[in-house]
Design a protein around this ligand. Structure first.
Ligand code: DC
Length: 225
């Protein structure tokens, strides 16, 4: 069977990674979390005290960085210069820096090229902001997941709380709003729905309902292709 390419895009907190992971499990295909690659570079900038206004310094750092993505039982690990940093990249500070450096076209070009290479000749589901528009413009299925700002903030707030971090809900809402603005207003490959993407609003839906809806879309495409 021809490899299937599935693109899932959407703003922070829309449920992309949770949903993409479950679809990957059901189809027994690889799930690539592209945000983790931006986060890996962000972590290295942080570790090296890089001035984020200094694009040249970020690009120099990028050219001296080895990012490897490994999969075991379809679970992704991100290796930065030989060290597994999959857990370390999950902080708010790293995600804010990731969104900031993601504006730099050369950073995006390099990571997009790695992402295409990882997906070459195999079935894959990728999530991010620009998968359907830029990384995999010919993907077989493109989904754009959204949810209201309130709902996305609530999900992030619950996520923080489960990790023992107590934050004010309004603060989390502003944080998400700021990230959406940064991701959707950048000039090169911004967060944007592809013209041929199917929009799913997850605000009042359970994870199972969203996964079922996407599986129905996938099955109907497979049976008609
Ligand atoms: O999906 P995430 O929260 O892990 O992504 C972190 C940041 O990385 C996000 O705010 C923007 C950037 N990103 C991007 O610009 N393009 C992608 N394909 C994935 C992430």
């Amino acid at each position: 069977m021809k490899p299937i390419k599935i693109a899932i895009d959407g703003p922070a907190g829309a449920g992309k990674s949770t949903i993409a992971k479950q679809i990957a499990d059901k189809l027994d295909i690889i799930y690539l979390d592209t945000g983790a690659m931006y986060r890996a570079i962000a972590l290295k900038c942080l570790q090296n005290n890089i001035d984020l206004e200094d694009t040249e310094a970020i690009l120099r750092l990028l050219n001296n960085t080895q990012i490897d993505v490994e999969f075991q039982n379809n679970i992704q690990s991100v290796i930065l210069d030989g060290i597994d940093i999959s857990d370390e990249i999950r902080t708010t500070e790293v995600s804010n820096i990731a969104s900031y450096i993601a504006k730099i076209p050369d950073v995006r070009k390099k990571l997009a090229s790695m992402q295409r290479k990882i997906g070459r000749d195999k079935s894959i589901i990728m999530d991010g902001r620009d998968i359907g528009t830029y990384v995999l413009p010919n993907a077989d299925i493109k989904i754009f997941l959204t949810a209201s700002l309130e709902e996305r903030a609530k999900r992030r707030w619950l996520e923080y709380r489960s990790k023992g971090e107590c934050k004010d809900l309004d603060f989390v809402k502003r944080e998400i709003e700021q990230r959406d603005r940064s991701d959707s207003t950048r000039k090169f490959a911004p967060l944007k729905k592809a013209d041929d993407a199917i929009v799913i609003d997850t605000t009042d839906k359970s994870i199972e309902q969203v996964v079922d809806t996407i599986m129905q879309i996938i099955n109907s495409r497979i049976s008609t292709s």
